[in-house]
Ligand binder design. Structure first.
Ligand code: SF4
Length: 440
């Protein structure tokens, strides 16, 4: 019997010839990522269990990315970043993407922004490896054919001390996306479609492997959108077979050799879901759950108060390019917040052009609020002074990934998850809007 690509990665990481879903195995970890929200807790457990003077298992395999609550006056949030700084100094951690001058993030070349996008841009997402992170959207890196999964602080502390983790091998649900992608659909529509079909617990502790010609034609940033949101279906991790698109993205970002693996033709799957993407329509996830799917056109009577384009899911260069493409020549009717995921994405807004204008020129002519400093910002609510936070019971169309009550701030607010096209179309009309109204 053949194996899936994830089973092959886990077999290699546990030094076995084969693994079977359901087995408990010890895996060797290639990369551990943590950030300012969970890093301090992880460090606390590490010191308690391994000793105040303990050293991490490998200072070159720990990646620390402050990204969540950076641009805030909140003292506890600031203290969290200080704890990371002390730990990095003490342990001589190689990869630390710190910010030292908060008055202007642009003068901090080390500062990146949202961890999952930064991990990819800095070349830490390598095919065939095992990545754990103290953040549920660590599954984002499955787009590179890597086993990548979110873990809690205790597991992360154990990895810091030993470089290993005991895990159960997940079974794999395969999602085959075939057909020609219509011009008005984005990866966000596809993943919201799938989550709407299988529910927020439909992939509990399973791998969601994406395949098919529509996936093969996607950019890495679009593939990341699929894998980023597998956790919204309860998935342990996402997976996409690496190909030339993957290798091209990684070229120049990492010089560490990696060994891709591929799913065997006779591998067995827990389930096999097929769809012709050319038949799909733009969708949203209505409040208050990512599986509360509706067609965007069915929500055209929903009046909105703002639009938010940002996060690891919907704040990458491609997301802004797509939003700009739709907004060009139009004016927004509601406040439209733009939060680039990383400093690199921010720079792209001022250099990348669509139809003769930079993305930032298009956004400003349309009346959007000036792009903010890169961070998680209001995706996770955050302290009251967080840029874009929903501090009132407002209705928001957002390119983020989660819309549980209070996720973006006020518990009474309502968040509609949508693609950058749908978000931009909704900004123009002030209602939830099918982007086909603006795309020929
Ligand atoms: S952007 Fe949002 S989902 Fe992504 S890591 Fe930050 S808080 Fe989490």
């Amino acid at each position: 019997m053949g194996m899936t690509l994830i089973e092959k990665i886990l077999a290699r990481a546990s030094r076995r010839a084969t693994v079977t879903p359901g087995e408990n195995i010890w895996v060797n970890v290639d990369v551990l990522m943590t950030h300012d929200v969970c890093g301090p807790g992880t460090i606390g457990v590490f010191k308690r269990e391994f000793g105040a003077n303990a050293k991490v298992w490998d200072a070159n395999k720990v990646v620390i990315i402050p990204d969540h609550y950076i641009f805030t006056a909140d003292k506890r949030a600031n203290r969290n970043v200080d704890i990371l700084r002390e730990f990095v100094r003490e342990q001589d951690i190689k990869y630390f993407y710190d910010i030292t001058d908060l008055s202007d993030f642009k003068v901090n070349p080390d500062y990146k922004g949202v961890c999952h996008v930064a991990l990819a841009q800095e070349g830490h997402t390598r095919p065939g490896e095992v990545l754990f992170g103290t953040d549920s959207h660590t599954c984002n890196a499955g787009a590179f054919g890597q086993f990548a999964s979110g873990i809690g602080n205790t597991d992360a502390a154990f990895i810091l001390g030993t470089g290993k983790l005991l895990i159960k091998v997940p079974s794999t649900m395969r999602f085959v996306l075939d057909g020609e992608m219509p011009d008005y659909l984005l990866a966000k529509d596809l993943i919201l479609q799938i989550i709407g079909d299988i529910s927020v617990s439909g992939a509990n502790y399973r791998t969601m492997e994406f395949a098919g010609e529509a996936v093969g034609r996607m950019t890495m940033e679009e593939r990341m959108v699929l894998c980023n949101m597998v956790i919204e279906a309860g998935g342990k991790n996402g997976a996409i077979a690496p190909d030339e698109t993957t290798f091209e993205y990684l070229r120049g970002r990492t010089d560490k050799p990696f060994e891709p693996v591929y799913t065997d033709a006779d591998a067995s799957f827990y389930s096999d879901w097929h769809c012709d993407v050319s038949k799909l329509e733009p969708v949203v996830a209505k409040p208050h759950s990512p599986d509360n799917r509706a067609l965007a056109r069915e929500c055209s009577d929903v009046k909105i108060d703002r639009v938010y384009i940002g996060s690891c899911t919907g704040g990458k260069t491609t997301d802004f390019y797509n939003a700009a493409r739709l907004l060009k020549g139009h004016k927004v009717k509601v406040p439209t917040y733009l939060v680039p995921a990383t400093q690199k994405v921010y720079e792209d807004l001022f250099t990348l052009k669509y139809d003769g204008e930079t993305l930032s020129e298009i956004f400003l002519s349309a009346g959007c609020i000036e792009p903010a400093a890169p961070s998680c910002a209001a995706c996770l609510g955050g302290p009251k002074d967080t840029f874009g936070r929903l501090n009132e019971p407002e209705v928001c169309v957002s390119t983020t990934n989660r819309n549980f009550p209070g996720r973006m701030g006020d518990k009474r607010s309502q968040v509609y998850l949508a693609s950058p096209y749908t978000a931009a179309a909704s900004a123009i009309t002030g209602y939830v809007t099918d982007p086909r109204e603006f795309l020929s």
